[in-house]
Design a protein around this ligand. Structure first.
Ligand SMILES: [Zn+2]
Length: 615
């Protein structure tokens, strides 16, 4: 059970300047393909996307009278971009441009960044002399530089706050029907029961006269405890699904939460998990799943305006004598709105016989938070900015399996961290897993257990022994266990060369095959010496093959000795295998030549040598 101090959040006021007067920024295309505040896989969409009908080269015009003050090029994001400071004080950034107008191009060629510009490298350039532009004047041409197909990305910002272009007259009339697809009711405590179960309840929505209704299969919703609501929806448009502009949640006609995409501070770009269920949302709007509640006790979310409580509905506040009406009002561009109204009944049932898991939940910014398993053998650390939501995250022990782990010994319980492949916690950070073990942990490691029972070692590079603790970094959830590897790997020569083999010259390669039942191999898994000196080998940890290629080394004619040892990730060492061979001087006998051809035919030496040289 928990309660948050809900900080009252006020929407940021728009600048005083007159709105609704900007000019459409692209000539020859008239559709919007992405709205402000939409879900993207790692951030909010901070601007609006305009269709270019899939074309490069359409004129991009300034939305307002102003000055071109900056030009950017970032191949991994915005591509070519122009920044105009409008006379009203708002900056407009136009992105993904194929090229700039003539005057700007000329300016850049004679500027201090002309070399970067001509070489098509990344840069940010502040114009030494800003170029005046009129509203509607061509500043550049549409393109697909940076990320995505040809389109125009437009942003409006001032003093670190990004604004919704719809409020400046862009896209008011774009967008058709607002579609509501489904709602999900989520128990917020371990003793919350929705229709008698401590589980999420998802309900499909059906279009009806003037709005949406619940799929009639679900006749009633009974509630005991505290529930939060998510809604999945979008707005139809000419070519795509658009994010919604605002959503309100009401209980018995009293508004309890407003979510409005008006403005967003740049510092909140990555706080999308406060608004979207990022586990289920897709950036193409299939679907956008909006949280109609706030777990944001830090006031980090500038989009939700809490009207009452935190948007969650408690059965304690429900009328017990009649249905309580929940309304969701969703707005798109152009003033289009759809609504959903459904009843919730207060449930007075006795569920004391039902055992529920006490799940944890946190939203914490700028601090570590941790979660421990019941036996304290596994502990998860969620670093700075980590976010995860209650009901979406839990650790369960897996007992009903018949997995065997060949070559490995199970040291811990098998833990399933749900949901699998959860990325909601991960805003560009890893979680840390700390394991505590009393036994000798020197051969132990953290393993991911695949659904078929295969144990895959979490890369050694990402964990370290830490006293009697053991720390591992995970980039995703899944099923994990601590296993120790006490089995030595084995090593053999591919093609079964016989000792005494003769090579025509010193440019040859030898392939070794490594086998390991346990922790497997990494790039440092083989130690090869030729005549006592360490030789280089290319290792494929997946196939367990190691190919010795020594193009730089010249071997004297005569006998040589190669010694190889395989080492698995846990440090277990194979027996050393010795391979003796002869490098021939002068002409070779035909039989030897034949063997040499067989050796080289399977793997062209030339390409291998090139590969090595490049490294
Ligand atoms: Zn965009």
């Amino acid at each position: 059970m928990y309660f948050f101090n809900i900080v009252s959040i006020h929407s940021i006021e728009l600048p005083k300047e007159k709105k609704g007067s900007y000019v459409w920024p692209i000539v020859g295309a008239d559709a919007i393909t992405g709205t402000f505040g939409e879900y993207r896989s790692s951030h909010f969409h901070m601007g609006m996307d305009f269709s270019t009908n899939g074309r490069r080269g359409l004129p991009v015009v300034s939305v307002s009278k102003g000055k071109i003050v900056q030009v950017q090029r970032y191949w991994n994001s915005i591509g070519n971009a122009v920044i105009v400071l409008n006379d009203d004080g708002i900056y407009t950034r136009y992105g993904h441009l194929s090229r700039f107008n003539k005057e700007l191009d000329k300016h850049l060629r004679s500027s201090t960044i002309s070399a970067l510009y001509k070489k098509r490298k990344d840069f940010t350039y502040n114009l030494s002399t800003p170029i005046d532009v009129q509203a509607g004047e061509t500043i550049a041409f549409s393109g697909d530089t940076g990320i995505g197909p040809p389109h125009l990305h437009l942003e409006l910002y001032k003093d670190g706050i990004y604004y919704n272009p719809k409020d400046f007259g862009l896209g008011h009339e774009e967008g058709e029907e607002v579609v509501l697809e489904s709602i999900t009711l989520k128990p917020e405590t371990s003793r919350t029961f929705i229709n008698g179960k401590n589980e999420d309840l998802s309900i499909k929505l059906i279009k009806a006269d003037g709005g949406y209704v619940l799929d009639p299969i679900v006749e009633t919703i009974l509630l005991q405890g505290i529930v939060s609501i998510q809604v999945s929806g979008y707005q139809k448009s000419k070519s795509s699904r658009l994010g919604l502009q605002s959503i309100s949640l009401l209980l018995n006609q009293r508004k309890i939460l407003d979510l409005s995409f008006l403005s967003l501070p740049k510092t909140d770009t990555k706080k999308f998990v406060l608004v979207y269920d990022s586990f289920k949302s897709k950036s193409n709007g299939q679907p956008f799943l909006y949280n109609l509640f706030s777990r944001d006790s830090y006031g980090s979310n500038q989009l939700s305006r809490i009207v009452s409580g935190n948007g969650m509905i408690s059965s304690g506040s429900l009328d017990k004598d009649k249905p309580n009406l929940v309304s969701i009002l969703a707005n798109g561009l152009g003033g289009n709105q759809s609504d959903l109204i459904f009843p919730i009944l207060k449930d007075a049932g006795d569920y004391s016989h039902i055992k529920t898991l006490d799940m944890s939940f946190n939203v914490k910014f700028n601090q570590y938070t941790n979660l421990s398993s019941d036996d304290h053998k596994i502990e998860l650390f969620f670093p700075t900015n980590a976010i995860f939501t209650r009901g979406n995250f839990q650790i369960d022990e897996i007992t009903n399996h018949n997995w065997e782990f060949p070559g490995l010994h199970l040291e811990s319980k098998i833990f399933k961290i749900s949901p699998e492949n959860f990325r909601e916690f991960n805003l560009g950070y890893d979680i840390y897993v700390k394991l505590s073990q009393k036994s000798d942990m020197s051969k132990a490691g953290l393993y991911e257990i695949k659904p078929d029972g295969r144990a895959i070692a979490v890369k050694k590079a990402s964990y370290s022994n830490w006293g009697r603790f053991f720390k591992a970094r995970l980039k995703k959830t899944g099923t994990f266990a601590v296993l120790s590897d006490l089995t030595a790997p084995s090593l053999s020569l591919v093609n079964d060369y016989k000792n005494g083999h003769i090579f025509s010259n010193s440019n040859f390669e030898i392939e070794w095959k490594m086998k390991d039942l346990g922790s497997g191999f990494d790039q440092n898994s083989i130690l090869i010496k030729i005549d006592g000196e360490i030789a280089t080998a290319e290792i494929n940890p997946h196939t367990g093959s190691a190919i010795v290629v020594e193009p730089e080394r010249v071997f004297e004619p005569g006998k040589h000795r190669m010694e190889a040892t395989a080492i698995d990730r846990a440090g277990n060492m194979s027996e050393s295998i010795i391979f003796e061979y002869t490098v021939a001087g002068g002409k070779l006998a035909s039989t030897n030549n034949e063997i040499d051809k067989n050796l080289t035919a399977s793997r062209p030496i030339s390409s291998k040598q090139e590969k090595v040289k490049k490294q």
